[in-house]
Design a protein around this ligand. Structure first.
Ligand code: AMP
Ligand code: FE
Ligand code: FE
Ligand code: ZN
Length: 283
């Protein structure tokens, strides 16, 4: 049978509700042969996933999802086959996570201006201890838990979405900086969920072209939010610019109310192409 992979998976080290161990077990049940752990701005979930996968015949691809900024809007860049234990890279991620904590406090301050008081301690409890990254999905889930909204989507449309009153930007990595950061540890940089980019008066193709000029090497063609037409359109763009193709579920556990793990399965040959393009050392 053809081997398959899900190349976009979060753990509770960032904003999924599932631990790395749970993700690995579930991936196996879903019949996946490989998964990429791609937490936001942290790689602390990778080693626990590799340990959990030992003796389970499932491959863990070391990855990360970084945020970059174009034209005042944010994009996400996935990094694959990174040397996630590199000291300088780890320090940079730590700094990004520290900035996330400051930003979360500012979001809570702005929410209190909207008459919604949430405690930072409650947020940290929900986000989990230690090495991870705190983000808007945690805040959305806290709003839900405290009965301030009736569904997660409302958190974004009413309060913390990109054009909403309590939205606070994270930091300003340019696409070049984010892509260089990934390449500095031997990784391949890939534009995540391109359909979420607010391209304003540019076409998606022009935006992709610009990102390719900034060093981006691949594009996430398959994603839980893409329909067949959209994936076909993205595949054409990938072919036109000679980009690597990836796909993944972007599973956040129960964080988004539906468990998406394995809902997007891509052929393993895409993994091999990614590995070949990376500086990943075999063996
Ligand atoms: P952050 O990195 O803290 O800005 O948070 C980004 C997280 O929020 C990602 O997991 C996104 O998938 C999630 N997110 C962004 N917009 C929405 C939305 N409208 N509905 C649900 N989740 C969203
Ligand atoms: Fe997320
Ligand atoms: Fe993302
Ligand atoms: Zn993601």
């Amino acid at each position: 049978m053809q081997k398959v992979a899900d190349l976009h998976v979060h753990t509770n080290i960032s904003d999924s509700t599932f631990s790395p161990e749970k993700v690995v077990n579930l991936a196996k049940l879903e019949g996946l042969d490989a998964i990429a752990i791609t937490d936001h701005d942290t790689c602390a979930g990778i080693t626990p996933a590799i340990i959990a996968a030992k003796d389970m015949d499932i491959e863990i691809i070391p990855g990360v999802e970084l945020t970059a900024e174009i034209d005042d809007d944010e994009i996400h860049l996935l990094g694959y086959f990174i040397d996630w234990q590199d000291d300088s890279f780890t320090q940079k991620l730590k700094e990004l996570c520290r900035v996330r904590e400051e930003r979360a406090k500012e979001i809570l301050r702005r929410l209190s201006e909207q008459g919604i008081d949430l405690q930072y301690e409650d947020l940290l409890e929900l986000a989990g201890p230690g090495m991870g990254s705190v983000g808007r999905l945690h805040i959305a889930n806290l709003l839900y838990k405290k009965g301030k909204i009736s569904c997660i989507r409302d958190a974004f449309t009413k309060y913390i979405g990109n054009d909403s009153p309590a939205y606070v930007k994270k930091f300003k990595l340019s696409p070049r900086e984010a892509s260089d950061m990934i390449k500095s540890v031997g990784g391949v940089s890939v534009l995540a969920h391109p359909k979420t980019i607010d391209t304003e008066n540019k076409t998606l193709k022009d935006t992709v072209k610009m990102l390719v000029d900034e060093g981006v090497q691949g594009i996430e063609v398959y994603h839980s939010d893409h329909n067949t037409r959209e994936s076909n359109e993205l595949k054409e763009i990938a072919e036109e610019y000679g980009l690597l193709i990836t796909g993944g579920s972007d599973c956040h556990g129960l964080g988004k109310k539906e468990v998406l793990l394995g809902k997007v399965k891509v052929p393993y040959e895409l993994v091999e192409k990614l590995r070949d393009a990376s500086g990943f050392k075999h063996g």
